[in-house]
Each structure stands twice: as structure tokens, then as C-alpha cells.
Design a protein around this ligand. Sequence first.
Ligand SMILES: [Zn+2]
Length: 308
Amino acid sequence: MSTAVRAPLGRLHEVADGVHAFLQPPGTWCLNNAGVIAGPDGLLLIDTAATRARAEALREQAEGLGHGPVRSVVNTHSHGDHVFGNCVFAPSATIIAHELLGAEVEAIGMGLTKIWPDVEWGELSLAKPTVTFARSMSLRVGSRTVELHHLGPAHSTNDTVVWVPDARVLFVGDVALPGCTPFCMMGSIRGTLLTLDRLRGFGAETVVGGHGRVSGPEVFDQTERYMRRILAIAEEGVAAGITPLQAAREHGPGEFAEWLDSERLAANLHRAFLEVRRPDLPLGAEVDVNAVFNEVIEYNGGLPTCLA
Ligand SMILES: [Zn+2]
């Protein structure tokens, strides 16, 4: 039996009529948020959770709303904390995602379970999407329209944001993480800046990020400020001929020190250095994720804690 500290299971919070956020505070590594949109005879989920127990807690609370079973799950991106729990809902629920997600899920596999073997992951299998889209897709939940949009590489190559126009609620996946440090190891700094501009255009009143507290659109400005600082440090660091890890140590998290998981700075700088050095590469170009995560561990002075 592991004695590791764990965060409590997540809980649903209604953020607008029939629109719920499943929050798993404090939102650190693998403690993701999910969403539930309740229709008259079934539910649409936005993401699942990292462990079997957490995904089952999500199912129990969502189905406890009394609006029927989970009929579909939209994955905001391919990372395990958002997709591992798909297997609790498929195949009776349809899994929907961007067209690049399935191959990414396959490539990443159960990677998180190897980074944090002490977490009680429970019985999990990879359940990939059976419905995919390239740019946008529209769903109906009862009389409500729900829009899915892929705005380009940002946190990953396959990010989807979910817009509920009548409720003015925007689920942004891990593109913006209120109170938590963004993480672009497998995505793009410049791509995130482009995506943030598009996100502002929705006119959201409520923003649910893939981790952290429920926010308003101010999180877009905060995230932009973080990304611009990362790019500025990278430009200076590339010119000075230092490594991303050296730059991380030299600059630290600065004004963003209170955001959780600040050690992601090392990975974000790795990505930013690459984008400064190699503007010819496509946004979100593949990096050696094991090597980059090792830089995070080195900068942090040990493996970051996972409370899942
Ligand atoms: Zn992620």
C-alpha cells in the first residue's frame, strides 16, 4: 500500500445553467479539471480524469445530476490526465477529439504512470476517439449548441476548446490554467500566443481551464504575459549562448512564482529556445520529451510531486 499524499477526489460546480466544472484542487500535476454539460436526456463530458477512481467519481457525480447517462466525451488534448478516464465511459459514450489526438494518445501511451508509479492509477486502458474533426465541429445537447474548435498548436498539437455560446462559458483545456503554470513542452509558445488572441474573441464570461480555479477572461492576459516573458528570456539566452536550463536557473519564475508547478519554466524555456533558434520548424514540432522532462526534474531538484 502506498502512503503517498493524495488530493481529494474532484467535485462538480455549476458555473452556468446546466454547465458544470469538475474541479480537482489544487490542480497540480495530473489533477485536471473536466466539464459536464447536461441536456434533457444525457450528458456531454469535456475530458475525464487521470485515475480510474477519479474518473469514476466524475461519472457518479455527473450521472447523479439526474439528466441521464454520459453520451459523449470531448477530449481537449491527448495528455493522460485528460484521456485515461475515457475507458470508464467508452464504448457506451462516443469519444470526440481533434484528428491528431488518437495517434498522439497511442504514441504517449501510459507514460504518466511510469513517471509517477506510486499513484494508484487503477485499471485503465486507452480508449481513443471514434469521431474526429480538423477545425471545428458543432454538437447539440438538448436545445443547446456546443462548439468545438481547434485553433492550432498551443498546449499540444491537438488542442480543442469547447464554447457554450448561450452560457458564455469557454472550456480551454490546458491552453490556460488559472493559478497554475502553463506547460508547452509538447506544444508551442508562439502558438499559445496566437490561440490566446482567438480565445479573447469568443467573449467568454467564464473560463474553465484544464487545471486550476474557474476564472474569467483575465486569464488570457495573464497567460500572455507569462509567454512573452518566456520568449524574451529565450531570445536573450539564445543570443548569449546559454542553455534553457541555465536560463531557467538564472531567471526563475519571476512574478509568476505563486503559480503552482512553477518548475514547468524549464520545459517552457526549452520550447521557447527551440522556437527562437528554429523558426523554420512547425509550431509544436516534436521534442525528446524524456530529455526535456529530465530538465524539469533537474531544475526542480527532484521529481515534481503528483497528488493524483
Ligand atoms: Zn496537458
